[in-house]
Design a protein around this ligand. Structure first.
Ligand SMILES: [Mn+2]
Length: 336
């Protein structure tokens, strides 16, 4: 692995090439924004550019239109692998290791073409010859700006490129709630100078909830929320009847559990819902309390320290009882 050698990269990009851009499984705003910005720039330089994602991207980001032509490995694996085999120059954006691209990894390894990695996660892998890795960066999109500047491509950054980069920065910082820095705001200032319409982009990303989803959220908060102050815990549960009445489909209740953590003093939040054969739990926590351990130990699950999930074969009432009965085991950590 070597650092980014901009002179060599400039040379690589002088002649039109078959370029493949990849990002991680379940591509998010940063993965999509960085990939799209690079497509737009490289097309101006007459390269043939293909985005290959391991799995589908959220339709929410289709306003960055070049993403619609991305090849999705899960949908057309042969097409994806063929594109990677034919690559003369390869980009890995927003991921640090080949295990993030699953079954595409071997084909990527076997293609001897030059590879460029741009990423902000810890421990960048050694599969790329050129690496721009900065864990202090908010996002890969912030690093794309620096990459383009170092290559002298400032003139190629137009409104569309700027809006792609803004999308990744906005989503990876939780709307500028974390991972911010003086440099980030400088970059954003430049993006706005390039014509990025930040208000429009935020509307496109966030203000698109279906009426049904907001009504489900309202029902959860008004009728299904329970607070257990002595254990700093909040619970929302949904019954089988709720699912029928509100015609709740997969994804309709996503994010509901997070609202509980907005309540002052709440350290543990649980969303418990009756599914056809099991009762599912989504757990969230603040600070040091590990819902991962709780999910592993009591609910056949796992995840991360502050976000985990699990299930029980018991019905809703029994699962709720069980959840409440284990809270005293965590009294030290959960007491206000
Ligand atoms: Mn990212």
């Amino acid at each position: 692995m070597s650092e980014m050698n901009y002179q060599e990269v400039t040379k690589l990009l002088e002649e039109p090439k078959n370029v493949v851009i990849t990002s991680h499984r379940n591509p998010d705003g940063d993965a999509i924004g960085s990939s799209v910005s690079l497509v737009l720039i490289l097309k101006k330089l007459k390269h043939k550019v293909t985005i290959v994602f391991p799995s589908e991207y959220p339709v929410d980001f289709e306003f960055l239109t070049p993403v619609k032509r991305a090849i999705i490995f899960d949908q057309t694996p042969e097409k994806a692998l063929q594109a990677i085999e034919k690559a003369e120059l390869f980009f890995a954006l927003d991921y640090n290791a080949l295990d993030r691209v699953d079954k595409m990894a071997e084909t990527i390894r076997q293609n001897p073409c030059p590879k460029i990695l741009i990423d902000h996660h810890l421990n960048p892998g050694d599969f790329a010859q050129f690496v721009l890795s900065d864990t202090s960066a908010s996002s890969t999109c912030e690093l794309m700006w620096i990459f383009f500047q170092q290559l002298g491509y400032d003139d190629l950054i137009d409104k569309k490129v700027a809006e792609s980069l803004y999308t990744g920065i906005n989503t990876d910082t939780g709307s500028f709630k974390y991972s911010t820095s003086p440099r980030l705001f400088q970059v954003c200032s430049k993006l706005l100078e390039k014509g990025a319409d930040d208000v429009k982009i935020q509307g496109l990303i966030y203000d698109k909830m279906e009426e049904k989803k907001l009504r489900i959220l309202g029902h959860c908060l008004a009728n299904r929320m329970e607070i257990i102050p002595e254990f700093s815990t909040a619970i929302i549960h949904l019954t089988k009847r709720d699912y029928e009445k509100f015609d709740i489909q997969r994804g309709d209740t996503e994010g509901v559990v997070n609202y509980l953590l907005r309540i002052k003093g709440i350290k543990l939040a649980a969303f418990i819902a009756r599914q056809p054969n099991i009762t599912k739990l989504s757990l969230r926590s603040k600070g040091n309390f590990s819902v991962q351990k709780m999910a592993e130990r009591y609910f056949n699950g796992g995840g991360h320290k502050n976000a985990a999930g699990g299930f029980s074969y018991k019905g809703l009432t029994l699962t709720l009882e069980r959840f409440k009965s284990i809270l005293p085991n965590y009294e030290h950590q959960l007491k206000p």
